[in-house]
Design a protein around this ligand. Structure first.
Ligand SMILES: O=C(O)CCC(=O)C(=O)O
Ligand SMILES: [Fe+2]
Length: 356
């Protein structure tokens, strides 16, 4: 008789508290061991004019940000209109439904998968409403694909009424490398289990197994999903960074906006990385897939409001060997939920062809 497997325990890497802390104000990624090291390594950067007064001001601002990343403050209860999402949650989004059948096709390559989903037309838009399609990878920057889907259903009626209702960063480390005012973690809304986990297991893992086998695409076993908001008077852009993820899906949910394009460079391990950035315009209802380690950022919003769903997809089998943030063997610390996707032992291999 089959017995249910015990839930896996996820961890984070201890570098969470010290490495790669992004301070948007300076566009800097900091290492933080102690105050002396902080002053020694970054004093000249944060105090170009050599003014002690300015440094004191910087210190006030930098240290609370670090403390915030350090302590994992319990999340405030988000104010949300959850019932508004319920009818939609009852039936899976069309992209998930369409993609569930993908592994059963004989296609095992990007090109044939694209042909199937784009109604035989090769690269480009899907002719079938609601079905995902894939766009050609760009030669220079590695595959970055777009997946239209009905994610615009995510009108996010649950967004807090004002940004102050949901204090910045307090819900989480946005990432160890990106930081912004307005973000809501989906697990804090209770949406991981009913929504994001099935989406990852039934749709994204098979798809990523085909598109990005070298990044652990077929072995994705956790995620961090959040919705970000850019608006005038709030965040308008996002600095260049890489994600704490093997792979990322970034879906433009709305509303109406201009500007805010994503730009991509090379991989963070291979500088100089942003000499010729590739720009990808966000289109509402479409998602962009990319490798987490690919440097990227978001250009300034010109007008309107931009809301995006970002899912950082993680494969413990990959990250257990090398933490993508500190690039060392991870120093594991037990954590809640999916932690940062590390585990004390590797997940069993997933046969994507056997998934239904
Ligand atoms: O604003 C965007 O679309 C990019 C978001 C992003 O790269 C991230 O949250 O890691
Ligand atoms: Fe990112």
């Amino acid at each position: 008789m089959a017995t249910a497997a015990a839930p896996r325990r996820f961890c984070r890497c201890a570098c969470f508290c010290s490495e790669n802390l992004y301070v948007a104000r300076y566009g800097l990624h900091l290492r933080f061991r102690d105050e002396r090291q902080l002053r020694r390594d970054y004093g000249p950067v944060s105090d170009p004019a050599g003014s002690r007064q300015k440094w004191a001001e910087d210190e006030r601002r930098i240290v609370p940000e670090i403390a915030c990343a350090d302590t994992r403050t319990p999340p405030p209860t988000p104010c949300l209109g959850f019932p508004i999402l319920k009818p939609w949650l009852a039936s899976p989004p069309s992209c998930a439904a369409a993609a569930v059948s993908a592994p059963r096709t004989s296609s095992s390559s990007w090109r044939s998968l694209s042909r199937k989903w784009s109604g035989g037309s090769g690269w480009g838009r899907s002719r079938l409403p609601g079905k995902p399609s894939l766009r050609a990878p760009t030669a220079q920057h590695g595959p970055t694909s777009t997946v239209p889907c009905r994610m615009q259903l995510w009108r996010l009626s649950f967004w807090p009424q004002s940004s102050t209702a949901h204090p910045r960063v307090q819900t989480s480390r946005v990432s160890s490398s990106a930081w912004r005012q307005c973000q809501v973690l989906l697990h804090e809304l209770g949406l991981d289990e009913p929504l994001v986990t099935p989406l990852r297991e039934r749709f994204l893992r098979p798809l990523m197994g085909l598109l990005y086998p070298d990044c652990g695409g077929a072995r994705l076993d956790s995620h961090r999903a959040f919705v970000v908001k850019y608006a005038p008077g709030q965040d308008r852009e996002l600095g260049c960074h890489y994600d704490n993820a093997e792979l990322t899906l970034n879906v433009a949910l709305g509303k109406a906006f201009t500007g805010g394009a994503l730009y991509f460079g090379g991989f963070f391990q291979a500088p100089p990385a942003l000499t010729q950035p590739l720009e990808v315009e966000h289109m509402v209802g479409r998602g962009v897939l990319h490798r987490g380690g690919q440097l990227h950022g978001a250009r300034a919003l010109n007008t309107g409001e931009r809301w995006n769903l970002v899912i950082w997809l993680r494969a413990s089998a990959v990250r257990n060997r090398l933490c993508p943030m500190c690039c060392r063997k991870p120093d594991l610390v037990d954590d809640e939920g999916f932690g940062d996707g590390f585990t004390r032992e590797d997940a069993p291999t997933v046969d994507v062809c056997a998934l239904t």
